[in-house]
Design a binder for this molecule. Structure first.
Ligand code: SF4
Ligand code: SF4
Length: 178
């Protein structure tokens, strides 16, 4: 899959090489190829390697907050209570490799199910790309700095309460993760 950078109104009959800055693009009636766009602009979620898929995560930690589902309306409410395995300072899972052993209900995000998980926060990189949107400026892959997600106030840093100290989830419902 290729994202169109700018509208191309008249495609040439034969392939044409276009360059600007360090970028090079081949344009033809059937294909548009670019050799140095980042992977999230040129690949679908299903085409990404395991490493690329993992790097897509912005490290916000929002998906690791406990959620409540209304029995009748099925509406999801976020709480500020973090899964016990979440390090609320780094916003990273403390044992990602073996997390399912300790938290069996932790969902494995895949290209096939990302669209079904309507509880993912609107800023989640997987959700954004699945909806055809781009990554925001504060995403570490765009900024080159893993701290920008925190500086932009997009992570749970400084806001999440560890589950072991929280008490009843109903007392911790919040609206900020969305
Ligand atoms: S919400 Fe999405 S981007 Fe944020 S930590 Fe979870 S999977 Fe990663
Ligand atoms: S087990 Fe790890 S990845 Fe899963 S919800 Fe808890 S902190 Fe997040």
């Amino acid at each position: 899959m290729v994202r169109v950078i700018e509208p191309i109104r008249h495609l040439p009959d034969d392939p044409v090489n276009l360059t600007w800055g360090a970028s090079a693009v081949t344009v033809s009636p059937d294909t548009i190829e670019c050799d140095d766009l980042p992977f999230w602009k040129t690949k679908t979620l299903a085409e990404m390697t395991h490493d690329e898929w993992e790097r897509l995560c912005d490290g916000c930690g929002k998906c690791c907050l406990e959620k409540l589902e209304d029995r009748w309306s099925r509406c999801i409410s976020y709480t500020e209570v973090a899964c016990d395995l979440l390090d609320v300072d780094s916003c990273r899972c403390a044992n990602y490799a073996q997390r399912r052993r300790y938290v069996p209900e932790c969902e494995q995000l895949t290209p096939a199910n990302v669209r079904k998980f309507n509880w993912l926060p609107s800023t989640c990189a997987y959700r954004l790309l699945a909806r055809g949107e781009d990554l925001p400026d504060w995403h570490p892959l765009v900024s080159g700095d893993p701290e920008t997600v925190h500086r932009a106030g997009m992570s749970v840093r400084g806001r999440a309460v560890p589950k072991r100290r929280a008490g009843r989830l109903e007392h911790h419902i919040v609206t900020w993760p969305l």
